[in-house]
Design a protein around this ligand. Structure first.
Ligand SMILES: CC(C)(COP(=O)(O)OP(=O)(O)OC[C@H]1O[C@@H](n2cnc3c(N)ncnc32)[C@H](O)[C@@H]1OP(=O)(O)O)[C@@H](O)C(=O)NCCC(=O)NCCS
Length: 202
């Protein structure tokens, strides 16, 4: 196709246009703040309503997240967010007490959720590694992940990549969207960098 002077068509056909510069996926990781909680709630509730990666069926409320934020703060446990340069919360990761008995004080359960568009780009690995590092600094010795046995391949692969090993399975312990669901337990030994300070309930 040739363009003559004065030809009004100035836009190249799509297949001749230069490829756009690849989009840079940038973010920073920092401790969660109370102002992040509405966004964290939305991210989590998306999976409550649309997936079986969490066995929660009820959408979470802001008071629920305020309480969790305050509890983790009292226990000195990490609650991290990944935020875009514009300040949008892209995802979060937190470590919470495992099984709620004092003698489990050196063990935590992780929870990690990314918002729409943030998955599959390596952010999960960076966020989970940051959570592991923070727990090691606190003197935590073991991290456990409790993962749905259905449609949670990304989580299982993510935890495997970061050194977690399967520690057991329980089939048919859950029921959501009319289907039976089980849980996969994964665990990783941490390398605590100091003695764990015992906070609050622990
Ligand atoms: C699980 C989650 C945090 C992983 O984060 P992510 O940034 O998407 O993960 P990564 O891009 O680092 O990829 C991790 C691995 O999962 C794989 N993966 C990513 N998306 C996948 C998908 N939809 N299906 C299967 N595997 C997938 C990647 O290929 C990668 O595998 P590899 O290490 O063998 O290459 C994220 O996908 C998410 O928020 N999922 C929904 C919520 C959830 O399941 N949370 C965990 C609850 S236990």
């Amino acid at each position: 196709m040739q363009f003559e002077p004065g030809d009004r068509r100035r836009v190249l056909p799509r297949h001749l246009r230069p490829a756009p510069a690849p989009e840079v996926f940038s973010y920073s990781i920092r401790p969660a703040r109370t102002g992040d909680l509405p966004y964290i709630r939305e991210i989590y509730n998306h999976f409550v309503s649309n997936s079986v990666v969490t066995l929660d069926e009820r959408r979470s409320s802001i008071p629920y997240w305020r309480e969790k934020f305050a509890l983790l703060g009292r226990l000195g446990l990490p609650f991290l967010v990944a935020v875009s340069p514009a300040g949008v919360v892209l995802g979060y990761a937190l470590a919470q007490p495992w099984a709620g008995r004092n003698a489990y004080r050196y063990t935590v359960e992780d929870s990690i959720y990314l918002g729409p568009g943030a998955g599959g780009k390596g952010l999960g690995a960076v966020l989970l590694q940051a959570l592991i590092d923070a727990c090691e600094q606190l003197g935590i010795r073991e991290m456990v992940a409790v993962i749905s046995d259905t449609k949670a391949d990304a989580s299982i692969r993510l935890h495997t990549r970061l050194g977690f090993e399967e520690a057991g399975r329980m089939a048919r312990v859950g029921h959501k969207f009319g289907r039976e669901l089980g849980t996969v337990y994964m665990k990783r030994a941490l390398r605590p960098k100091r003695r764990r300070k015992i906070f609050g309930l622990q």
